[in-house]
Unconditional design. Structure first.
Length: 306
């Protein structure tokens, strides 16, 4: 590491142990409406969080000390207690090109439950500033603050919060999706897709429909065939949600379904129009065609509202 980098890291490390917030106060007392909203969002019906003896969920500790989307109090009075030292540290990182920020993780310790009516106060310290780290987002520094939360001067919990201040990495041009392999046996299918038509082979000897396209009938062995156009209606026969490996040009997680068409044949394709964790066997879907670049059009299936 160069002397310049060493010197910069020493300047960052000098902020460790210095205050990040002093005499901060919660914008609102602990209250039942906010507890109710939290529990509804989390799907937590624990009776301990309602009624005359209610306590706040322990993990709400950060909620009572947050600045809110608008920052400090709308009337202009600061409730965050944020210090000049903390702002200087962030400014120093900005000057070094670390202009982007993302929250990475938090840790909490609990001393006693918070109850409606409690008014929280807090102080925070800059606990650590990491050496320069290279991440997928870009290179930068992790900054950890520790916030000690009190009620009536007594500790109720500790909240450690870590952010990454980083210089955004240059993004490579998005890779194109792989091209389908087109041969003499399936060229007619892909020609239909380009025309926004989903064509199914039909044996002219026994009228059996088949998909994917094959050179001969798998029912009677006949070599002659024509096509019928799928109506586009279908349902999810089976599916998987793809997480890994993360192939270029794809954005996991995404759902890949085995779709049973109304005509009785099945096709593998993306299930779209609904979060991947909401896809279910039997879900009705409808064919649509999506253009992914100047050359590639693919059939996908959009979930139909029930």
């Amino acid at each position: 590491m160069s002397d310049g980098a060493d010197g910069f890291q020493a300047r960052l490390k000098a902020y460790e142990g210095r205050p990040a917030a002093v005499a901060g106060v919660g914008r609102d007392p602990v209250n039942l409406p906010m507890i109710r909203h939290w529990c509804e969002a989390m799907g937590d019906a624990n009776p301990a969080y309602s009624g005359p003896e209610a306590v706040a969920p322990a993990t709400m500790l950060q909620a009572w000390i947050m600045r809110g989307l608008g920052g400090d109090d709308p009337a202009g009075e600061s409730s965050s207690g944020r210090t000049r030292e903390y702002e200087e540290l962030l400014g120093l990182l900005d000057e070094a090109g670390c202009t982007a920020v993302v929250a990475t993780d938090c840790e909490q310790e609990y001393v006693r439950p918070l109850r409606p009516g409690d008014e929280v106060a807090f102080d925070a310290v800059i606990e650590s500033v990491s050496a320069r780290k290279t991440t997928a987002l870009g290179a930068g520094h992790f900054v950890t603050t520790r916030t000690d939360v009190r009620v009536d001067g007594e500790p109720v919990g500790t909240h450690r919060f870590r952010i990454l201040k980083y210089a955004p990495a240059e993004r490579k041009p998005r890779e194109r999706r792989p091209r389908p392999v087109i041969n003499r046996d399936n060229a007619g299918f892909w020609e239909g897709v380009r025309e926004h038509r989903l064509l199914i082979q039909r044996c002219t000897a026994c009228d059996t429909l088949r998909f994917p396209w094959l050179p001969g009938c798998n029912a009677c062995g006949g070599q002659e065939w024509d096509t019928v156009e799928a109506s586009g209606d279908g349902s999810v026969f089976s599916y998987v949600v793809m997480h890994h490996p993360p192939f270029p040009a794809f954005d996991p997680p995404y759902a890949v379904g085995l779709i049973e068409l109304a005509e009785g044949v099945r096709i593998v394709s993306d299930v779209v129009g609904v979060p991947c964790d909401k896809v279910r066997v039997g879900m009705p879907v409808r064919l649509e065609f999506r253009r992914y670049d100047e050359e590639l059009v693919l059939p996908v299936f959009e979930a139909v509202a029930m």
